[in-house]
Design a protein around this ligand. Structure first.
Ligand code: SF4
Length: 408
């Protein structure tokens, strides 16, 4: 750690950060729970589940490195964090740190209470927090990148299909829809677990894999329960959420009409994320993904006609070398047909093949070679280059979605 005069404590209404001359940055929620740390060129993200992901860049052109800390490494990391926090707070109390307040509601007395809470988070407290998380949630397997800080509500568990060869996100659980009563209890448990640290989260995400598999009438009832339980406001009013989000797949999305989607918009649903994966139907069949490119286009068109935004997810490297050309060509053609605007997102997500997965076995049986990192980059480049939008102002945001970085 640098000299105490380099220390800055930054207090915002929903988070507190400690910075030590750019060498170290820790950020905490209102409960005093760490959510990100930066130390010596490495970023650590702690999810509510207790998992800690470490990210860093090697020198040169190597792709970003991402890994999950082992239990032992995590304990050492949290113990070190606690001892750093104690030293920093002691320095602050000797007058050795500058304090910055941002936004309404951040005050000196608030800061004192907040620092006291930070001191309570030793490695044991983090371990107890992990246990509490598991009493509230089944593992949150994946979210879209812009929703990593959402408040997740598991209104369903698992995936109704669960058979795409490349996906093992929900293989550990049977699909089921929660009853209204279970949803109420889940919401109460989530609120109790987070307390006022809930204010860090601005959006609600309906999990798991596809909440829109819930029959419409039942889903509208669940949304009603959500509206009875949470305040919604576009502005950053304390404790208010700006909108509701969820995954969707093309196959089940076909059961929803434009009017059905509009009923979701009226209930503050803002964006739906569609795992399109590829525009090439043969490849979709090869990986056992339900639905077709035409259905994906139809579903996106209905969602957009209803006034909702969409996030389209494309798997980069799917089908390896054998499908490279048609995957690029048909995906570009499909995306160019979609009525996407600036509130929409296109996520290009490199495929990570899990050892022993159905995908790996089938690819081996068909002698399909996986793409090397430079070929994945080339595929991303080709797809980006092929996209045409009506105007540069109205174009959707296109970004890389590296699922290894996900932690909740
Ligand atoms: S990709 Fe989507 S539809 Fe396929 S198994 Fe995974 S969660 Fe289910």
């Amino acid at each position: 750690m640098g000299s105490s005069s380099d220390l800055v404590i930054s207090v915002k209404p929903h988070s507190l950060s400690i910075m030590d001359d750019g060498r170290l940055v820790f950020s905490f929620d209102r409960a005093g729970r760490l959510y990100t740390a930066y130390r010596e060129g490495r970023t650590f993200v702690r999810g509510l589940s207790g998992t800690v992901v470490e990210k860093w860049h090697e020198r040169g052109w190597a792709p970003k490195q991402v890994r999950v800390l082992t239990e032992e490494e995590k304990r050492a990391f949290l113990t070190q964090l606690w001892s750093d926090v104690r030293a920093i707070i002691a320095a602050f109390r000797r007058g050795g740190a500058r304090v910055q307040f941002f936004g309404e509601g951040a005050s000196a007395s608030d800061l004192d209470r907040w620092l006291e809470r930070l001191l309570a988070w030793d490695a044991q407290a983090y371990a107890r927090d992990e246990e509490r998380f598991l009493s509230v949630y089944k593992p949150i397997s994946i979210l879209p990148p812009d929703q990593y800080l959402a408040l997740v509500l598991q209104v369903t568990e698992g995936c109704h299909w669960n058979k795409c060869t490349f996906c093992d996100f929900y293989r550990d659980r049977r699909f089921r829809i929660k009853t209204d009563e279970e949803v109420r209890r889940h919401i109460a448990a989530v609120k109790e677990f987070l307390g006022d640290s809930i204010t860090l989260r601005r959006s609600l995400f309906l999990a798991d894999a596809n909440a829109l598999i819930i029959p419409q009438e039942r889903l509208l009832r669940i949304l009603e329960i959500i509206h009875e339980s949470f305040v919604f406001d576009e502005r950053r009013v304390a404790g208010a959420f700006e909108g509701i989000y969820s995954f969707l797949d093309a196959y089940s999305g076909m059961r929803w009409t434009t009017e059905d989607f509009a009923a979701l918009r009226e209930r503050r649903v803002k964006r739906l994320y569609l795992g399109v994966e590829s525009g090439h139907d043969e490849l979709l069949r090869f990986v056992n993904k339900p639905g077709t490119a035409r259905e994906a286009l139809e579903v996106v068109s209905r969602i957009k006609a209803a006034g909702l935004a969409v996030g389209v997810i494309i798997l980069i490297g799917l089908g390896g070398e054998a499908f490279f050309d048609p995957h690029v060509r048909e995906t570009i053609a499909l995306l160019n047909e979609m009525p996407l605007g600036r509130e929409d997102l296109i996520y290009l997500s490199p495929l990570y093949i899990h050892p022993g997965s159905d995908y790996e076995e089938k690819a081996r049986a068909f002698h399909i070679r996986a793409l090397a990192p430079h070929e994945l980059k080339r595929q991303i480049h080709l797809i980006r280059e092929g996209l045409r939008f009506a105007s540069s102002v109205e174009r959707p945001r296109i970004s890389i979605y590296d699922v290894r970085e996900f932690v909740y």
